[in-house]
Ligand binder design. Structure first.
Ligand SMILES: [Zn+2]
Length: 159
């Protein structure tokens, strides 16, 4: 099921608010954080809180958003309270509600101001650590011109 969801997401924009990443799915390829654009399957109710591999619970979002949501749950809840069973129920309920709603462009950030702030901060940080496409293009052409300069030098030496 998760394979179908990911391939259906290929070429579509990540549904998460504050994200406009176009998702990519390459069949059978593993990946890590170096591919923020990879389509991943998010459990709308996190697995650690009882989420299951059933369609109602699954949604394709980009790898970057998926990682950030996982980090927030870990850092702001599980680590703070020392484990999933020690987090107060109303806090978990709020987080689940947040994660469910942020996976939509009609997300209302005022309802979850602190969680939204954390999400945006992490989103900004992660986008800075990756070159965007035009920057990659620039660095490629820079390398290209250095290579051709070096080639010219070699040719001069030879001739
Ligand atoms: Zn995203």
């Amino acid at each position: 099921m998760s394979r179908e969801i990911k391939s259906a997401a290929h070429g579509k924009t990540c549904p998460v608010a504050f994200c406009n990443q176009v998702m990519e799915h390459r069949e059978g390829q593993g990946f890590g954080h170096e591919r923020p654009e990879a389509a991943t399957v998010d459990h709308r109710l996190p697995q650690s809180l009882g989420g299951v591999n059933e369609k109602w619970c699954l949604l394709a979002i980009c790898n970057d958003c998926n990682r950030i949501l996982g980090q927030i749950l870990n850092e702001r809840y599980f680590q703070v309270y020392g484990g999933v069973i020690d987090v107060p129920f109303r806090k978990l309920k709020k987080y689940v509600d947040f994660q469910y709603k942020i996976s939509s462009k009609s997300f209302n950030e005022e309802e979850f101001s602190d969680l939204t702030e954390w999400f945006k901060t992490k989103k900004k940080r992660s986008s800075q650590s990756f070159l965007n496409e035009s920057e990659v293009g620039e660095s490629r052409s820079l390398v290209g011109s250095l290579v051709s300069e070096a080639r010219d030098m070699v040719e001069e030496v030879i001739s």
